[in-house]
Design a protein around this ligand. Sequence first.
Ligand code: AMP
Ligand code: MG
Length: 499
Amino acid sequence: MATHDHASGALAGDPEGWRFDNSYARLPEMFFSRLSPVPVRSPRMVLFNRALAEFLGLNGEILSGKDGAAVFSGNRLPVGAEPIAQAYAGHQFGYFTMLGDGRAILLGEQITPRGERFDIQFKGSGQTPYSRRGDGRAALGPMLREYIVSEAMHALGVPTTRSLAVTATGESVFRETELTGAILARVASSHIRVGTFEYLTAQGAPEHVRTLADYTLSRHYPELEPSDNPSLALLRAVMERQAALVAKWMLVGFVHGVMNTDNMALSGETIDYGPCAFMDAYDPATVFSSIDQQGRYAYGNQPRIAQWNLARFAETLAPLLDANREKAVDLANEVLESFPDAYRDHWLKGMRAKLGLVTIENEDADLIQDLLTFLHQHGLDYTNTLRDLADEHPERLPLFQDEAFTGWLARWRARLDRQPESSGAIQSVRERMRANNPAVIPRNHRVEEALEAAVLHGDMSVTHRLLDVLVQPYVDPVDPDYRLPPPALAEPYKTFCGT
Ligand code: AMP
Ligand code: MG
């Protein structure tokens, strides 16, 4: 088996704290290419996640400065790293393509002081055999964006890759214009994607699909290894984690933007923050990515797309599920068809928590849907409306002057009253609601404002202030402006107050 508990390669007591054990690099050669990050001209640390570094067992003091810039730019390999670019394929907007790490290098797997294993990956680290026509590089804005949004997601309680550092390269990248080059050091439970399985299937390497399935089980689902049919257990477990993940996205109003199969991680973590954003006004059709003109990856489509992606995963696993093709397809379909209910269970549970409901009633789904319909019809902010419901006297808020809403409010209150504890425990309902409805999300206009200051003026203070707020999303921010929707939306929000 590929994974071992010991850390190989690393010197005991490495001052920077690196403790690598690179199980992926021990897999068959077809899975990756060995190569180092391409050195950059003049690395400079832009943003460093010291808390995450220390969680990983790294020395935050040493790595926050020049040494960190050298390491996280790829100019100096840390002790024990075995850099590789991973091979994968993927369905992009429905179409199959061969891909791979075109601008990323997996340095290795850091073993934390508690024995957990995390991929350390550099994104924007130069060309690889999978770069196709790309330059292998990344611009500062998008790398800071991934840092901010992934750390916000983590604080919101959504499984996600995390961000350890952003270094500027001292080189330009050319897109429509000349931009500042940068590298993101990303931390993930692994970078195994649905597309990794698709790649091995496309290579006509069924024995390697089995190797990857075994590897994935041992790395992410070790409790399932003794199953009668481990591949079926894997499919079911991945389905279950994706159902839970996408439900969490929906509950916090997150739109991933590019749910291609190469961006679906078998770990169940959110991965690859590109044109993602948080919804302001509630609208299932919300889409942010300019390249997604059909709205394939719109907010409301995400559960369906997750199921579609899982079907691509099931196809690669089919030969392992049963020697009989028909039987294999039946087994796969049975799992896939259970996705909508699995998703809905997670989502309903989360929505109940958001509304302070601890018991289960059949009409809850209607109560929730009626609220969402109300939000949609009135163009109301999703996050703020739900947070405001936890307010001491919601009827005092201008938002609640609308007659259509007071009826709903009465139903919700009556529902709360039917809960055993509700008589004397309205406070606990509020506490529960506040713990499940964020006050602050990384709203696009605030993220853009931070990126603009950083990229155009080299001013990181806006980013630091934003991150300080985003890492405590369930606490009312000292500056309430962090809760405001963008100005364009503040208009109807305000207009509504007057009616
Ligand atoms: P993404 O849209 O970020 O998920 O990337 C899709 C694919 O394009 C992946 O294989 C990336 O490695 C690759 N890619 C994106 N940008 C670049 C670039 N500038 N150079 C090389 N490959 C890239
Ligand atoms: Mg990707």
